[in-house]
Write a protein that binds this ligand. Structure first.
Ligand code: TYD
Length: 138
């Protein structure tokens, strides 16, 4: 499945917490054109339920715990993000659901492209069809 977990460099200070950082094309393999984040979701909350045709994304959860459930049309895998120093690199073509496991967990995303609704596939049926058609084209 087209994803990887990346350790986000972090500098811990004795008394005052930890600073974490990543840079385009050094720590993650694309130019970041957009950053967005999701806040105010309660435990049990659910978002996502879509795939992207071309977008690459780097997801991280600096506060709380969010599960990302990926499906590539053949199998499903679940990734738990709950550390400021772990990020999830998602390649295009993966269906994803996100499930909140703690109130007010914050899910942040660095994205390779500007927002474009045309890049989304929001129906699972359509997603399966898209993957089948893409496989036939190659
Ligand atoms: P969406 O990506 O569907 O979020 P989620 O999968 O977490 O539910 O986006 C929710 C809404 O926000 C949708 O109407 C599109 C809009 N949106 C933007 O306008 N710009 C953005 O960069 C993003 C990510 C979403």
């Amino acid at each position: 499945m087209q994803y990887s977990l990346i350790t986000i460099k972090s500098i811990k200070s004795e008394a005052n917490g930890t600073l974490s950082f990543f840079e385009s094309n050094t720590d993650i393999p694309f130019d970041v054109k957009r950053v967005y984040y999701i806040s105010g979701v309660l435990n049990g909350g659910h978002r996502g339920a879509h795939a992207h045709k071309t977008l690459r994304q780097f997801l991280f959860c600096p506060y709380g715990a969010v599960e990302v459930i990926l499906n590539d049309s053949k199998c499903s895998e679940s990734i738990h993000l709950s550390s400021p120093s772990t990020g999830l690199l998602l390649e295009p073509g993966l269906w994803r659901d996100m499930l909140w496991h703690e109130d007010n967990s914050v899910l942040c995303v660095a994205a390779s492209e500007y927002y474009d609704e045309k890049d989304y596939i929001r129906s699972f049926e359509e997603y399966l069809q898209y993957i089948e058609n893409t496989a036939e084209d190659n």
